[in-house]
Design a protein around this ligand. Structure first.
Ligand SMILES: Cc1ncc(COP(=O)(O)O)c(C=O)c1O
Length: 316
């Protein structure tokens, strides 16, 4: 990943140069992780760049902020325009977008009462998170020795900065042991999710995934995949998943904005589907990538097109 092509940042209502988008070392969020964020993808379509599930991401952004008392001083229209503007100034056809809202600098009391609320949005091109090869051939994962924190400890449905320390521990351990990604169990010993992805298992043509009762972040890609799978005629069951479910799975895959739909080909050295992407995963990927590219009429509502503003349209 590289920020090379990122020249601008939207900060507190204006677009500023990348190199000017700095924050002070006394910012509350830097010390305590007191911020919330979103990860959103914008895809190239024949009609121009289109932001995938923008409404759902904004819903979650405001909800996460609400949990931590961060009052975002911009409404949905302002944030939508900010995102559109950022894509336009970079002339990106596709990119990853990272809205972030955090407590800035004023005091380092744990209670952030006096701290200003800062809002920024970054944009940069980001290749498939678990690799283009991973998308086709699948990834090798390990069950992490680190458990996913319980939703009674921190609200797992909120996408908050400090909560990612749990994911960082898990993914660092997985990489150190030569795996592509970590799979975290929850405190009940059930499968929770990846360090930045939700989990699906396929058995006998049926899809199984879990939900917020299992201490997961309820992914927006997960929701899209559930709909795609049902439209393809698969039954989708939402329930707790165990290691045994994974051991006896025909197929398994991760979903996430960054990871998109990534097959899992091996768990701790045990192959799934002979170590190859399975047919159900492949058919879901095909529809998913076609939908994000604007080629599936029935999923058009998921795309927010970034059109040129009227004053930029040239007439000859
Ligand atoms: C811990 C975790 N779980 C699941 C997901 C998938 O969520 P989404 O599909 O909304 O990106 C993510 C990524 O945002 C994540 O960080």
């Amino acid at each position: 990943m590289s920020f090379d092509q990122s020249k601008w940042v939207w900060r507190n209502g204006e677009i500023i140069r990348w190199q000017d988008a700095t924050t002070h070392v006394s910012a509350h969020a830097l010390h305590y992780g007191s911020g919330v964020f979103e990860g959103i993808r914008c895809y190239a379509t024949d009609a121009g760049p289109a932001v995938f599930r923008l409404d759902a991401h904004l819903d979650r952004f405001y909800a996460s902020a609400g949990v931590y008392g961060l009052e975002i001083p911009y409404d949905r229209l302002e944030l939508t325009e900010a995102i559109e503007e950022l894509i336009r100034v970079h002339e990106f056809e596709s990119c990853y977008l990272r809205p972030l809202c955090y407590f800035g600098s004023s005091s380092l009391s744990v209670h952030p009462a006096q701290c200003p609320v800062e809002v920024v949005i970054l944009a940069w091109p980001w290749a498939p998170y678990l690799g283009a090869v991973g998308l086709e051939r699948g990834v090798r994962v390990t069950v992490s020795p680190w458990k996913k924190f319980h939703s009674e400890m921190m609200p797992t449905t909120a996408k908050a900065c400090g909560q990612y320390l749990n994911s960082i521990l898990a993914v660092r351990d997985a990489f150190k042991r030569g795996f592509d990604e970590a799979l975290l169990l929850n405190s009940e010993g059930h499968l929770a999710e990846g360090s930045g992805e939700n989990l699906f298992i396929v058995r006998n043509g049926e899809l199984i995934t879990n939900d917020e009762r299992e201490s997961i972040l309820v992914g927006i890609t997960r929701d899209a995949v559930i709909r795609i799978a049902r439209d393809l005629g698969h039954r989708v069951v939402t329930r707790a998943m165990t290691l045994e479910d994974l051991a006896t799975a025909d197929e398994a895959f991760f979903t996430g904005t960054a990871a998109e739909v990534t097959p899992i080909r091996e768990v701790d050295g045990v192959e799934i589907n002979g170590g190859r992407r399975g047919p159900v995963t492949e058919s879901i990927q095909r529809v998913f990538f076609s939908a994000v590219a604007g080629r599936e009429e029935r999923y058009r509502e998921w795309l927010h097109l970034v059109t040129q503003p009227l004053e930029m349209v040239t007439h000859d």
